[in-house]
Design a protein around this ligand. Structure first.
Ligand code: ZN
Length: 315
């Protein structure tokens, strides 16, 4: 499934993207309950298939119900005129709704630094002996199409396309062999970075947590659609020009290794998100350096997940 958080015009809802349609999963589940003769379908649907992504990921049975809801929608041959039990539509043309960041309020937002060998080489730094874990603040998250705002306090704003994994099950001291059992799915994060602040602070938090510095999306793809997360093409285009073009097989530390490493003394919870590092081709190591400027258009793309575009607006 390609899970989304979308706004049909009255606030965020959990949905699934299926071809050119976005299905409101909670309302579809409610319609299924009504068909089965359930009396308090509205309340039960909200409890059994929460309409927000974090509540959905925390619910042990919601993923299976979402599959059932989609099968139900396919069975009733849904079209744009299909109405939910309260007369509310639950199938939308994807063009007509706004996609938001799939998980705007993760319980952790972590990142791994220097996790591609070619990215280490372009910076002239050694390969790390063990993963470099750091955090970004949630307040930096924006969705597909939302503008990246250049801050007044930095002159060196850069881009980093990254594959992010989303945790779906609580765990600690997870083995590499079992690691992917704890993953709900995958999304894309553009780890926007103020290189000058990174240098001044000698660590990453502020430089990578400024408002709008974490575009996330366009979808959260469930793990059944990504059999091997370490074999995906990963790309970034700036104003139509290919700047980063690599494969997640180039990671220094694989996703199972990272999950095992992080979870040794840090409990992982459903709704935790970790971006796994960026390949070569970022702007600040180029000659001459390429820095983001007002009017730029960035597109990030990972095979099996999709493509997300964000404009850059100046300070
Ligand atoms: Zn990064």
């Amino acid at each position: 499934m390609k899970l989304v958080t979308f706004d049909p015009g009255h606030g965020p809802r959990l949905g699934a993207l299926a071809r050119n349609w976005v299905i409101d999963l909670t309302l579809a589940w409610e319609a299924l309950l009504v068909e089965q003769g359930t009396m308090d379908a509205t309340d039960r649907a909200q409890q059994e298939l929460p309409s927000d992504m974090l509540g959905f990921l925390r619910h042990p049975e919601a993923m299976e119900r979402a599959q059932d809801a989609l099968r139900f929608v396919a069975r009733i041959a849904a079209n744009p005129s299909t109405k939910g039990p309260q007369g509310a539509p639950f199938v939308f043309e994807s063009e007509k709704v706004k996609l938001l960041a799939p998980l705007p309020n993760p319980t952790k937002l972590g990142c791994i630094g220097r996790n591609y060998a070619d990215h280490c080489r372009e910076q002239g730094v050694e390969l790390p002996d063990s993963p470099i874990l750091f955090a970004k603040f949630n307040s930096s998250i924006i969705g597909p199409g939302d503008p990246i705002q250049l801050p007044a306090i930095s002159d060196l704003v850069d881009f980093e396309v990254e594959l992010a994994f989303v945790i779906g099950r609580q765990g600690k001291r997870i083995s590499e062999q079992e690691a992917l059992d704890y993953v709900a799915g995958y999304t894309i994060i553009n780890d926007i970075s103020a290189r000058d602040l990174q240098r001044i602070d000698r660590q990453y938090t502020r430089a990578k947590s400024l408002d709008t510095f974490a575009p996330m999306g366009p979808v959260l793809v469930t793990k059944d659609e990504i059999p091997d997360p370490n074999s995906l093409g990963i790309r970034l285009e700036l104003n139509g020009e290919l700047m980063q073009d690599s494969n997640t097989s180039e990671m220094v530390f694989s996703i199972p290794y990272l999950i095992s490493f992080i979870s040794q003394e840090i409990t992982l919870y459903p709704g935790d998100v970790f971006a796994t590092g960026t390949p070569a081709g970022v702007g600040f190591t180029r000659q001459p350096p390429v820095l983001l400027k007002h009017g730029d258009q960035i597109a990030v793309e990972i095979d099996g997940i999709g493509r997300m575009e964000n404009p850059v607006i100046g300070s």
